[in-house]
Write a protein that binds this ligand. Sequence first.
Ligand code: ATP
Length: 555
Amino acid sequence: MIRFGQTCAAIAARAGKLEKIAVLAEYFRSLDDADLRAAARFFTGNPFAARDDRSLGIGWRTIVAAAKSAWGFEEAQLGTNYREHGDLGAALGPFVRPAMDLALFSETLTPASLYSLFEEIAAARGKSAGRKREALCERILRACTDGTEATYVIKIMTGDLRIGLREGLVADAVAAAFNRDAHEVRRAVMAAGDIGAVAVAARENCLGDLRVAYGSPIGFMLATPMLYGSDYKDLCSGMWLAEEKFDGIRAQAHKVGDNVRLFSRTLNDVTPAYPEVAEALRTIPGDFMLDGEIVAKRGENVLPFRYLQARLQRKTIDPELLKEVPVSYFVFDILAKKEDFLIDEPLVERRERLAETIVSGKHLELATFTRLSEAPAPEELHELFDAARARGHEGIMLKRTDAPYHPGRRGKWWLKLKRELSTLDVVVVAVEWGHGKRAKVLSDYTFAVRGRNGELLTIGKAYSGLTDAEIAELTPWFLAHQRGNGGHAIAVEPKIVIEIAFDIIQPSDLHESGFSLRFPRIVRIRDDKPPEEIDTLDRVEQIYREMLTREGLQP
Ligand code: ATP
């Protein structure tokens, strides 16, 4: 792993994408199959392949404890390092102390051997699992020989290398290393859910042999907001269809044989929360991957999102709740059928395949759509919008008929027509103890949006909106996920996503983003949204400009 660490450092030091890809490609070329398989996975910032359900199950605390036993250091020095780097790997790396007695501790880490140790950590079960995980973690750290190696080994364990490489670029490096088409490699990564297997297949020139990996969720395609009453000029090129915009929770369904799994936006398995949907899908013949939205629906009435709240993140659902909050899965896309991976097909064709696959019934409905006229007039859209609203939906989605399915992307192929004032999805980065009856809970949240290079930039602080129960539930989570030493404002791991409503956005020096919000209030916790997908500074600026235009001021 020494060369892995050096490669990471070399990639981090280069600003250009092409340079990063070239460095990584050269490293990939130098590895044997076993190391290539593991290293390609590690470069996506994960110990395991995307389709692999396993996780290490070790947090910050275990890693620090293991590092302490391996290397011994002052807690205060760790705090100082952490404040300097803002990252556990970089903070701990400098403490590395290679074993004195080389005969006794001669273990050397390679990507493949580290992968095996990760497998052992993930497999630890039973009462002593925690101790076993810590011991294995210590063994890994003791095998590290220099600071760079240790830094990046820890970064894999914490799940983020922070060298400016997204999975797409790792796939491009695989393509560059073995002279393959970058699009073909990226597509294979999505189909197979394992960049490690794809890297080896790319070297052997057998990408076509990889099978669709049912059970490995792929990123969701997202829509760009379009303001109600705007000029709708995006709809002037191409042909479009309109669908209802459902007010529920997005879900990707994978069915293979009798096995059905549902995945949320965060790519977590949420099947246990919706057993009736899984059952309805089980009765449909064939293997397939679907995209759709689970909505609360009683009889013919579609219910607003808040009804679904009681069903979210349940590990088991009692029959009462099944009756109280009945749901229906509205399916609007198909991503794979049997061995055919369909994401490159145009939407209209996917819609045909979908109609051949799904029959509407209880708890499962084929979403309907309307084809729009060429360059549709605003009245045509508004009529559809009002009709959707009258049926209890949020509005309409507009989709270009020739659009492929772009996993994990928000583009101009899908547009969502919105009327409400915007809200922002942000991530909590620091928390403070409350006052009065909230003195014993962490109730004041400082939150951030994402900057142009993926960095987090604070934009405000909110005290209100959540219930006492929600705040009480989040407090222990924040305490367990602190970053640094604490103090008045406690920095926390940026994982909790919340939706913020506000009156206006204004430029301000108070926050890192250069903007602040007036009267921010928390609308809800967005457990369905990963922190990578929070709103960006560009979006904040866009809302600010729209606000000025609406008020008749020049942006
Ligand atoms: P986004 O998901 O785009 O970040 P958001 O979660 O804040 O935004 P909205 O802007 O209200 O939510 O709407 C977008 C969401 O609408 C999508 O994520 C998806 O879950 C949902 N959705 C509802 N109906 C559809 C549809 N017909 N096609 C695609 N997505 C839909």
